[in-house]
Design a protein around this ligand. Structure first.
Ligand code: ZN
Ligand code: ZN
Length: 140
């Protein structure tokens, strides 16, 4: 759900600069019931702001992605709002091949088997994501 007041409060608390296009971009992504591509975000932003420049939209997307309010679904090249606490480093997405719905799973820690593999390679993981394609309960 898009709670404008809450977003404004979070930005104030963290001293993040919240501009009008940033707020509108987050609203567009939040209200979309499917992951939305950057180009479509820009198009929708054009309905709310007069002639937005592409960098304005892309920078706003970057801003929310950096702060974990939205996630980039790599395989779809699209963005979805974070449905979990905006504080996790790991994300998993269950993507329905039939209806395009994306469910965010809430496994925040790297699974043990992957943790072990990173340790064996003396690799320090920062962020990770996992995308699983399949069918949702409404489509199967
Ligand atoms: Zn998330
Ligand atoms: Zn489905």
């Amino acid at each position: 759900m898009f709670n404008e007041k809450k977003i404004i409060d979070i930005c104030k608390t963290n001293k993040w600069r919240l501009t009008e296009p940033r707020l509108k971009v987050l609203k567009i992504i939040s209200l979309s019931n499917r992951p939305i591509k950057a180009y479509d975000i820009l198009k929708k932003l054009g309905d709310l702001i007069k002639n937005p420049k592409p960098p304005t939209a892309y920078r706003a997307i970057e801003f929310w992605e950096k702060h974990n309010f939205i996630h980039r679904i790599e395989s779809l090249n699209a963005y979805a709002v974070c449905n979990k606490k905006n504080t996790h480093n790991g994300s998993q997405f269950l993507i329905c091949n039939d209806c395009g719905k994306v469910i965010e799973s809430d496994l925040f820690d790297l699974p043990q088997i992957l943790k072990k593999s990173t340790q064996n390679n003396a690799f320090k993981p920062l962020r990770w994501s996992l995308e699983i394609n399949g069918t949702c309960n409404q489509c199967s």
